[in-house]
Design a protein around this ligand. Structure first.
Ligand code: DI6
Ligand code: FE
Length: 406
């Protein structure tokens, strides 16, 4: 069935950058975009439907390419303690931090995790997110990593939302492997990843490369295993120190390297050569009150595609809004609103291995887009949170949020 989404302006993001068509129309055929261009040149639709978008600005559906959306419990108590001066390290040393979320996630049933994750996903969707990534990494054993990834798959089936599932078993050392990090890495490579990939639960493999997590040697073992299994990799790198994980990621043609506050120009050159996306996470930067900015100028100079994401997680980025990240990417990292928009559309699609089908408005791609009642696209980065009036179209059909909330 054909639909002409008429009377709009379009920020298309074609060619990997911000570009616009004023007085535009979009023709969809089922779940695909068949044509987009100036209204005056719109094709005849015959029996098809015409929808008047009343001068709205249309962007591609937003893509949150780095989330830890599935988890048990929350850490608001730790947040209060940190505000009173207790350090993250002290909290971690007495079994708080990531370990407390691991405990809560292991205790939670799959259904309970699903319901909580669905509420968070729904909030993101309302503000225009049509695709997102979900990482595991709070299970840290085969049964519980499987449970998390199964929840990610269920979200994709239950909601009008594209979900990519990333196995982050190498996130932290589970308590039962204390002081045996190499043994845990062997368990990931010999047992967990082969089983989870075989079960079809893994779209990509991620790890946390940091002195408080895993070394570059340990990460490389995980990457080699992923390569042998035919799965793409990505990496949490250079968040707190410079280990050159991003260069390692580039050597393995990673889809993305994420955080990157401490990356160097040499890392940026390596990422540019491999086409690895730099995913910036202003929510974690803000929550941890970091002061070291990611090297935006080096990324621009080397033409590394820059994505922005929520890093939604209970510890370092309890960010329930991707649009808020647009503002924070601009105010904290000095991105332009145009770069920020590219960061949650075309570059985010690439960071998830979806660039052939998602992230821009062009013929042949999925008909996932948002019609915003705004005067200028920069408003998406300008307004600090809040619900901007919009209509969200996924797979060529407008989402009825009242109905799916029931
Ligand atoms: N980096 C982060 O910011 C989160 N994970 C990671 O590898 C933190 C996750 C948490 O504190 O629960
Ligand atoms: Fe993260």
């Amino acid at each position: 069935m054909k639909t002409l989404w008429d009377h709009c302006h379009a920020a298309t993001l074609t060619g990997g950058k911000y570009s616009i068509i004023e007085d535009a129309a979009i023709l969809t055929d089922g779940a695909r975009i068949e044509w987009i261009g100036p209204r005056a040149a719109a094709p005849e639709i015959g029996e098809g439907e015409r929808v008047d978008l009343e001068g709205a600005w249309v962007t591609p559906g937003l893509i949150d390419c780095h989330t830890h959306l599935v988890f048990g419990g929350d850490r608001s108590g730790e947040f209060e303690e940190r505000l009173e001066g207790v350090s993250y390290a002290e909290i971690a040393a007495r079994g708080g931090g990531i370990t407390s979320t691991v405990r809560a996630t292991r205790e939670a049933s799959e259904d309970a995790l699903f319901e909580a994750a669905k509420r968070r996903a729904f909030g993101l969707m309302r503000e225009g997110v049509t695709a997102l990534e979900v990482k595991s990494g709070y299970g840290l054993d085969l049964a519980n990593e499987r449970k998390m990834l199964a929840v990610a798959r269920r979200l994709g089936h239950a909601l009008p939302l594209t979900v990519r599932a990333t196995c982050l078993a190498a996130h932290a050392l589970p308590p039962e492997y204390a002081n045996r990090a190499d043994d845990y890495i062997a368990y990931i490579c010999d047992e967990m990843l082969p089983a989870l990939v075989e079960e079809g639960l893994v779209d990509a493999v991620d790890a946390f490369c940091e002195h408080i997590a895993f070394s570059t040697q340990q990460v490389e073992r995980v990457f080699r295993c992923a390569r042998d299994l035919g799965v793409s990799v990505k990496l949490h790198a250079e968040q707190l120190s410079s280990l050159h994980g991003s260069s390692l990621a580039a050597r393995y043609q990673a889809l993305s390297a994420d955080h990157l506050e401490f990356m160097t120009e040499a890392d940026a050159i390596a990422m540019a050569q491999s086409g690895t996306v730099a995913v910036l996470l202003p929510g974690a930067f803000y929550m941890l009150r970091e002061t070291q900015l990611p090297p935006i100028d080096a990324l621009r100079r080397q033409r590394v595609p820059i994505a922005l994401a929520s890093d939604l997680n209970p510890g370092t980025s309890p960010a329930l809004s991707l649009r808020m990240m647009l503002n924070m990417g601009c105010t904290l990292f000095r991105l332009t609103p145009e770069e920020a928009l590219a960061g949650v559309t075309i570059h985010a699609a690439r960071a998830l291995g979806l660039k052939a089908t998602h992230g821009s408005l062009e013929a042949g791609k999925c008909a996932d887009f948002v019609a915003w009642r705004i005067e200028r696209p920069a408003e998406l980065s300008y307004w600090l949170g809040g619900a901007l009036p919009n209509r969200v179209v996924r797979g060529g059909a407008e989402i009825d949020f009242e109905r799916i909330a029931r």
